[in-house]
Design a protein around this ligand. Structure first.
Ligand SMILES: [Zn+2]
Length: 455
């Protein structure tokens, strides 16, 4: 069979992997939006293969850089099943609609390309089929697959394929995005056994998570400093699905245990409410701590001082609010989304603390703040940075270099012949490769976009 990495090759976004069997049966794994390849304006609009030739699409998780281009694949003639877990299917409905709204809002800007509309989203939803973790499913008499917990966000899966070619059965594993072990809400990733080839994410291939405080300790400290002692506001940029819930869950515990007074929390992200509800609905997909908490309390995120910002009047209420508060808003790297508004309004406010809770790609606004720049350009204006800028990786949704090395050790065997590094920056991939044992290094390939490998 032939494996081609058509997205997230030597970069983090745009995941898309093609498996073509000798029989002609063709499987696509993920179909995400590429946010990085700015040299090719058509990168998301057109596919490097005929969408009609794809027999089935297996989706690892709902994040837009893995799922966001599926309705466009449908627009180009893909009619097969889209297979994922149930929480992923619920998240997809919301994410795709949000994606159309963003595309419609941007459509008057010259450079933006409209990829799909509500019609394609509706069609794509009709093609979705859900499966449970650890159930083995046969797609036909030559391909079976099993989804494993990936520990990344709710419903995220690694996918283990068993592919019969001639007399041989080949076991191919795709990690999807892995989680950082010990996540607030999600069960840790389970490595796949008996693999002949592994396609692995490497987002934090050369980084080590340094935070030693627990999420509770970290937030207690920062909220006390920013909102109580300084009487200012704490702004936390975070993605709508996953990190926002980990932060809200931690805050709820601190409030309900009486460790913090009821400071107002604005969750200002378009998908936060939907994502909260999906976490409360699919408690089987959460870890023991979160599930037990949900069983006892009835909800993971609802607390008196939480305000979900949904419509215009909520936005007005939030803007008129002058007391100490916490704002959790998307997106995480501060590029686009509602967070821009908060940063623009408060980056010159010395009573404001901006706590960056995740990785920021070089060049993004988040990275500029972390570099300690004295001024930034935001929404067309130059602004001085008087706000306090802090960073933590305690809410990280990806394993660091140690976590990845442990995962590889657990996946390794004499049978494992090839390991493909994807979904990471090129430098991080080479740094990661260099710290692995020489035996394992020999198995590692770092595919470029469109490079073909025979497995
Ligand atoms: Zn992800």
């Amino acid at each position: 069979m032939k494996y081609t990495c058509w997205g997230a090759a030597k970069q983090v976004t745009g995941s898309m992997h093609l498996l073509e069997l000798e029989s002609g049966y063709t499987i696509l794994i993920d179909c995400g939006i590429d946010y990085e390849d700015k040299t090719n304006k058509e990168i998301n609009a057109k596919f490097p293969f005929n969408a009609k030739d794809i027999d089935v699409l297996l989706l690892t998780h709902a994040h837009i850089d893995h799922s966001g281009n599926i309705p466009n694949l449908v627009k180009h003639g893909f009619r097969g099943e889209i297979i994922c877990t149930e929480p992923t299917s619920y998240l997809l409905e919301k994410l795709w609609v949000d994606s159309v709204n963003i595309q419609n809002n941007n459509s008057n800007r010259k450079k933006s390309v409209k990829l799909y509309g509500f019609n394609e989203v509706k069609k794509a939803n009709e093609q979705v089929l859900t499966v449970n973790y650890y159930e083995r499913h046969e797609l036909n008499n030559e391909v079976a697959f099993t989804m494993y917990e990936a520990g990344h966000i709710i419903g995220a899966a690694s996918i283990r394929f068993e592919i019969q070619e001639g007399r041989e059965t080949k076991i191919i594993g795709f990690t999807g995005d892995l989680g950082n072990p010990g996540s607030k809400l999600i069960v840790d990733a389970k490595p796949m056994e008996g693999l002949h080839a592994l396609i692995s994410e490497t987002t934090y291939g050369n980084r080590e998570h340094k935070e030693t405080r627990s999420p509770e300790e970290l937030l207690l400290e920062q909220v006390t400093a920013a909102c109580i002692k300084q009487e200012g506001r704490l702004i936390i940029p975070a993605f709508s699905v996953g990190r926002t819930q980990a932060i809200l869950f931690t805050l709820k515990k601190l409030f309900s245990e009486g460790k913090l007074p009821p400071i107002r929390v604005f969750a200002d992200s378009p998908l936060a409410l939907a994502s909260n509800n999906i976490h409360n609905k699919f408690t089987d997909y959460l870890n023991d701590e979160a599930r037990n908490y949900q069983n006892g309390e009835g909800s993971l995120f609802d607390f008196k001082s939480l305000y979900l910002v949904e419509d215009k009047s909520d936005v007005e209420d939030m803007e008129l609010y002058r007391d100490s508060c916490i704002i959790v808003s998307s997106a995480g790297m501060l590029e686009g989304g509602r967070i821009q508004h908060h940063i623009s309004d408060h980056v010159q406010n010395p009573l404001c603390t901006i706590l960056i809770a995740g990785f920021c790609s070089p060049g993004t606004l988040g990275a500029q703040l972390l570099e300690g720049k004295s001024s930034i350009r935001i929404k067309g204006d130059d602004k001085y940075v008087f706000a306090k800028i802090l960073q933590t990786d305690v809410f990280s949704a990806h394993p660091d270099t140690i976590g990845l090395q442990d995962y590889f050790k657990a996946s390794d065997s004499n049978e494992l012949k090839k390991v493909f590094f994807v979904h990471g920056e090129e430098e991080a991939m080479y740094d990661l490769k260099n710290v692995l044992s020489s035996d394992f290094q020999e198995k590692v390939e770092i595919p470029g976009r469109g490079e073909e490998y025979y497995l």
